[in-house]
Design a protein around this ligand. Structure first.
Ligand code: SAM
Length: 287
């Protein structure tokens, strides 16, 4: 049997010992909500604590109270953005919920590719694109259906609130483990090895434009989209916020367009009707 107290207690840093009071948690939650629409329930205290301890350490701060005072001030605007990056969940992967990409492929082959070949405009939007796996999966799906896509007016807009993750997405470089869900034929054709990583080819990169965009604010886009992917982000918003969001997408969808949402998200707005698993079309849609 091991002797009692044989091991010294694990060392903790100063920041880890600091307490995040209910009051400071609520101030943080209110600012995050105001900036992004993300609703942080009470149960997330320890997650917020652990993610923000890292920020306090970087800043050499010793109390959450000082940290919250900083982000509430004009001088703390930069740190407030860093807090948003620290608190958003960026988890994603290539071909996540692959039935959406099967559906997308069917719609491309069933009409949108012809539309592009006839000189039409085809636009897809990945509206919370995180580190890029989602829009690049869309691009790979396009290239499967239309390898010479660069010759046509077919493009993907990829947006996210978090400029840090967008910078990573723009590079188009992924570790071997990250590209495992990508079918081998796509890897061979549209990616190349760069050291231990894989880099997407210019054909893939050229189809996607990344922009910073907060879904809670105004959107500059005027034209319509054949497909809008809004997956695994609305889950962090309250139901009313989700409903407002689905409503704002409706006028931006083409008559034959599709809205794809995450596996645990549902679109209740009666302007839409289901079209497969967590995919929706406008109720008056012809296709
Ligand atoms: C869990 S990831 C989802 C990535 C991808 N759509 C997927 O399903 O794999 C959620 C993303 O939503 C972004 N996000 C959170 N709030 C946002 C907002 N108000 N506007 C735009 N993007 C937001 C986060 O920065 C994060 O990258």
């Amino acid at each position: 049997m091991m002797a009692k107290h044989a091991e010294p207690p694990p060392r903790t840093t100063l920041a880890e010992e600091m307490v995040l009071s209910d009051r400071e948690f609520r101030r943080i939650a209110a600012m995050l909500y105001e900036d992004s629409g993300i609703h942080l329930p009470e149960g997330k205290v320890s997650l917020v604590h652990s993610r923000l301890c890292k920020r306090l350490r970087v800043l050499g701060m010793e109390s959450f109270r000082d940290y919250v005072d900083l982000i509430a001030s004009q001088a703390g605007l930069g740190e407030r953005r860093a807090m948003l990056s620290a608190l958003t969940t960026n988890h994603t992967r290539f071909f996540r919920e692959d039935h959406h990409f099967e559906d997308l492929k069917a719609r491309l082959i069933g009409g949108w590719v012809d539309e592009a070949r006839r000189g039409g405009r085809v636009r897809l939007w990945s509206s919370a694109c995180s580190s890029g796996e989602e829009p690049y999966s869309m691009a790979l799906t396009i290239l499967e259906a239309l390898p010479e896509a660069a010759r046509y007016d077919i493009r993907i807009l990829a947006t996210d609130i978090d400029p840090v993750i967008l910078e990573r997405a723009r590079r188009g470089v992924y570790a071997a483990a990250a590209i495992e869900p990508v079918p081998a034929r796509m890897r061979e054709r549209w990616m190349r090895r760069t050291g231990a990583d894989y880099t997407l080819s210019d054909e893939v990169l050229g189809l996607v434009s990344f922009r910073e965009l907060n879904l809670m604010r105004d959107w500059p886009m005027k034209g319509r989209f054949q497909a809008i992917f809004c997956r695994n982000v609305a889950i962090y918003f309250e139901l009313e916020t989700q409903d407002r969001l689905w409503g704002r997408f409706a006028p931006l969808l083409t008559a034959d367009g599709r809205l794809y949402v995450g596996h645990s998200e549902r679109v209740g707005d009666n302007r839409y009707e289901p079209s497969g698993q967590t995919a929706y079309k406008l109720r008056s849609a012809r296709a």
